[in-house]
Design a protein around this ligand. Structure first.
Ligand code: TIU
Length: 237
């Protein structure tokens, strides 16, 4: 068994093994990131979420290269909305409701163009995609079973939005005994103050429900610089 990897993090370093850790990519869907989707119908500026894509693409590449399990989630509903509670359907004053026809297809409906993950972070063969009706990845899904079946005990959590689906999933994970590291530049919020405070809330009180680090710190332990080659002795000639 190799020594665990150790990442600088708040409130203290986070240690993990590649074999028992999953990179979780939450809801990086067109519906949240692109104009015309669910996020914009709620009145949000989606540009703030798009900043997450480049660092997350780099972290995803490093996790794949290291052989770490990758799990994507997508928030959305069945076409007949039978899995969408009235409280969710009627909440707030969006310009369009879940299920309405928008520029990217029916808003937040499984199988529609807007419901799928942005091209830059598209799942590859062998990666798990969990469709979830709620904000948390555990509620109404097989996510917990997938973690158990694969011997996963620690999660590196990315995606959107920090204070909604990321927080809900990390809190659910913490209550189930998983240790979760949230990657500050690979999670995003429509509200800069929620991004800052949302991350502080996780790491405060001794890491009350998780750890916080950044993608550069994690990539540097997943893909350490190769050791400089030792000088070759000159061949006698
Ligand atoms: N609106 C908002 O901030 N988030 C959501 O509705 N879902 C997720 O966070 N994925």
């Amino acid at each position: 068994m190799p020594d665990p990897l150790r990442v600088p993090a708040r409130p203290e370093p986070f240690t993990f093994d590649i074999a028992t850790t999953a990179l979780v990519v939450i809801d990086m869907q067109r519906d949240f990131l692109l104009p015309g989707g669910f996020g914009e119908t709620l009145g949000n500026d989606v540009a703030l979420l798009q900043q997450v894509v480049p660092p997350l693409a780099e972290l995803l590449a490093a996790a794949r290269a290291a052989g770490m399990m990758v799990i994507h989630t997508r928030e959305g509903h069945l076409p007949d909305l039978s899995d969408c509670p009235p409280a969710k359907l009627s909440r707030g004053a969006p310009s369009m409701r879940i299920g309405d026809q928008g520029a990217l297809g029916r808003i937040l409906i499984r199988g529609e163009y807007g419901h799928d993950i942005v091209d830059e972070l598209a799942p590859i063969d062998g990666e798990v995609v969990i469709d979830k009706p709620g904000k948390g990845a555990f509620y109404g899904t097989t996510f917990g079973d997938v973690l158990v079946e694969n011997g996963i005990t620690r999660l590196i959590v990315t995606g959107v939005t920090t204070e909604v689906c990321v927080h809900t999933t990390v809190r659910e994970a913490n209550d189930r005994g998983y240790e979760a590291l949230v990657v500050s530049d690979c999670v995003g919020s429509y509200f800069p103050e929620f991004q800052r405070i949302g991350l502080e809330m996780i790491a405060a009180q001794g890491g009350i429900f998780g750890w916080v680090s950044d993608s550069a710190s994690i990539i540097s332990v997943l893909s350490p610089e190769p050791a400089a080659p030792s000088p070759q002795p000159a061949l006698a000639g």
